[in-house]
Design a binder for this molecule. Structure first.
Ligand SMILES: Cc1ncc(COP(=O)(O)O)c(C=O)c1O
Length: 394
């Protein structure tokens, strides 16, 4: 070794101290700003995966960072045992953006937990047990959320999952009707199936489900962990498709990266919840609520969902190129259906400093960018993709 100390190999350090989680990108991150992240070598990447669909407003949105700094100096934590003004303000903001008159919020910590609580409320409200869920769905890794996840390999080898879940094909109203029997507490689905490949609902499907649930006395539950808060070109998928679910769940971008989530109960479900039914030590903590209030404030101030809708149109118009068979999804939850496996294309894009995602469908390259990107960022992707796909197959 010369005079300088050797740089720490942080990937090796992670491997030494952490259990493996997701397969990782080939770099080590130092910081993020807007739609860009910067690695420890100083190289920057256009993050069209938004830190796992979380950075809705980009990385480190200044209004959220300022709110966090303020809140951290005032009160870092107290549970819902104590009333805290910022919690009421955060809940009001979520109801006003995504709910209806009489809606109420339960704050928790992750998408899986929000779905667990939505199913809990549906079961308590109806006094029934069965949840109908869709094949191809992903709802999280806790036991209840996983039991309702319709991608079998996630459930494999995990004993003790609930058996009171029935799966039906996504988009099939006849199958839904048959499954919504007298013991059906709720129908849980992602209005646009993300991990499956950004699959939108067939026309009339969500409206049909809403009618079927009403007839069966079951609750319609939208998992809006990915579709919510502007991503699909409206404040929620419920609004984008003009359907009123009984329960909605939000997470991912709700706190711009501060871990938090919410179960939003419509009037009927809300009326059934009693003190003590729901609880969480950290859910609704002041730091999370400060992040939520600031995030929702920015979403409303900038009407960022309109940018998502506009860029969807632009991508659909400009991504007609050899190698791209179709663009599917809604808003900025999009899947580019390729004529070849998506993983090598994703890797080639990383080589050109652009981050994207893949999906269960191996030919789908998934885009979940921050909603604040503009035409220039879309053009960077288009140009890189056209080079990669136009060359010899990746
Ligand atoms: C649609 C959907 N629901 C639920 C979850 C689970 O969220 P979390 O990882 O925060 O538990 C995810 C995570 O990717 C998701 O995409």
């Amino acid at each position: 070794m010369t005079g300088e100390a050797a740089a720490t190999d942080w990937k090796a350090e992670e491997g030494r101290w952490l259990l493996p989680g997701y397969p990782q990108f080939p770099f080590t991150l130092a910081r993020g700003e807007g739609a860009w992240v910067f690695d420890t070598e100083g190289r920057r990447y256009l993050d069209l995966y938004a830190g796992h669909a979380v950075a809705l407003l980009g990385h480190c949105p200044p209004a959220v960072v300022a709110a966090l700094r303020r809140q951290a100096g005032e009160l870092l934590f107290y549970s819902t045992l104590a009333c805290i003004p910022v919690r009421a303000r955060a809940a009001k903001a979520l109801v006003e953006l995504c709910g209806e008159v009489g809606s109420r919020v339960f704050f928790c910590n992750s998408g899986a937990e929000a779905n667990e609580n939505a199913m809990r409320v549906a079961r308590r409200t109806t006094g029934r047990r069965t949840i109908v869920a869709t094949e191809g769905s992903f709802h999280g890794r806790t036991a209840g959320a996983l039991a309702a996840t319709g991608i079998p390999h996630y459930r494999e080898g995990v004993a003790g999952l609930g058996t009171d879940v029935v799966f039906v094909p996504f988009g099939d109203l006849a199958a839904a009707e048959a499954a919504l029997g007298p013991d059906a507490a709720g129908f849980l689905l992602e209005p646009v199936q993300s991990l499956a490949g950004a699959l939108p609902p067939p026309p009339g499907y969500l409206e049909g489900l809403s009618a079927l649930c009403r007839k069966a006395g079951a609750m319609l539950i939208f998992d809006e962990v990915q579709t919510g808060l502007g991503r699909v070109g409206a404040p929620s998928a419920a609004q984008a498709y003009g359907v009123r679910p009984d329960l909605q769940t939000f997470a991912k971008g709700l706190g711009s990266g501060v871990p938090c989530a919410a179960t939003l109960a419509g009037p009927r479900a809300a009326a059934a919840v009693r003190t003590g039914d729901l609880g969480s030590t950290f859910g609704g903590g002041p730091l999370a609520c400060a992040a939520i209030e600031a995030t929702l404030g920015e979403i409303v101030r900038t009407r960022v969902w309109e940018n998502a809708a506009r860029l969807e149109r632009r991508i659909r118009e400009t991504f007609r190129m050899p190698g791209v068979l179709a663009v599917q999804g809604k808003g900025l939850l999009l899947g580019l259906v390729l004529d070849r496996p998506a993983k090598p294309v994703q890797k080639a894009l990383i080589g050109r400093s652009i981050l994207t995602g893949t999906a269960e469908d191996p030919r789908v390259l998934r885009l979940l960018p921050p909603l604040i990107i503009g035409d220039a960022e879309v053009e960077l992707l288009r140009a890189a993709l056209s080079e990669i796909l136009g060359g010899k197959p990746a």
